[in-house]
Design a protein around this ligand. Structure first.
Ligand SMILES: N[C@@H](CCC(=O)N[C@@H](CS)C(=O)NCC(=O)O)C(=O)O
Length: 217
């Protein structure tokens, strides 16, 4: 097995890459990293001192690839499959990358801020930062709501890397700041993502770890 993915099934950026693997039925060895475990953490830091997952190791090409979007681009380039997650057309590829960045930076990151604040020791919370994150999420929801009023997937009819980013981002964002009735197109998009076999599998595989997801204090 040439490809090893350092990951955790509950981690949203890892889920983004898992969707890409499952969309194309690409075999890989999952290496579960437990950052709360000193040994597992130390081992992972040897591979990627930044300490963030996912990271792909490709023994056949002797490459170590961090960053979820870069991993998906790498797979598209060196291990292509039936689903072309990054279009070959330069304009479409740029638009796909923009939407991928949008979901990472303006949905995943503020969602992570809200979740990780729940893990801080008492007295070390950052209520101002959490309020800002909620404001950013609301702004992103408004844009997604408009954007998804006419589309099936983030890029239109074709499922792409942008949807890989959107699926876990929206899944967890809806848990921390629910769409409610205010964002029906966004909620419908998330339902379509959850019905997609690749993401349904990701959600199923994360189920045994769900108790680790921090609840609101
Ligand atoms: N920009 C990175 C973000 C990766 C990231 O934040 N991963 C989280 C898990 S979803 C992580 O490893 N967090 C551990 C930490 O912050 O200590 C990517 O796209 O891969």
């Amino acid at each position: 097995m040439s490809l090893t993915l350092y990951m955790h099934p509950l981690a949203s950026f890892c889920q983004k890459v898992l969707i890409a693997f499952y969309e194309n039925d690409k075999p890989f060895e999952p290496r579960i990293v437990d950052l709360a475990d000193a040994t597992s953490r130390a081992e992972f830091l040897k591979t990627w001192p930044i300490g963030r997952m996912p990271v792909l190791r490709d023994e056949a090409r002797d490459r170590t690839i961090p960053e979820s979007s870069i991993i998906i681009e790498y797979l598209a380039q060196h291990y292509p499959g039936k689903m072309q997650l990054v279009p070959t057309d330069a304009d479409l590829a740029r638009q796909t990358r923009f939407r991928d960045r949008f979901y990472d930076l303006y949905v995943q990151e503020p969602m992570q801020k809200i979740v990780t604040d729940r893990l801080r020791p008492a007295g070390n919370n950052d209520p101002h930062g959490v309020e800002r994150a909620k404001g950013l999420l609301q702004a992103a929801y408004g844009m997604i709501e408009h954007d998804m009023s006419t589309k099936t997937w983030a890029m239109g009819d074709a499922f792409s890397m942008a949807d890989c980013a959107a699926a876990p981002a929206l899944f967890y964002a809806d848990l921390v700041l629910p769409f409610g009735d205010a964002y029906p197109n966004t909620a419908a998009y998330l339902r379509r993502l959850m019905e997609r076999p690749s993401f349904a599998r990701v959600v199923r595989e994360a189920e045994p770890y769900r108790a680790l997801f921090p609840k609101e204090n």
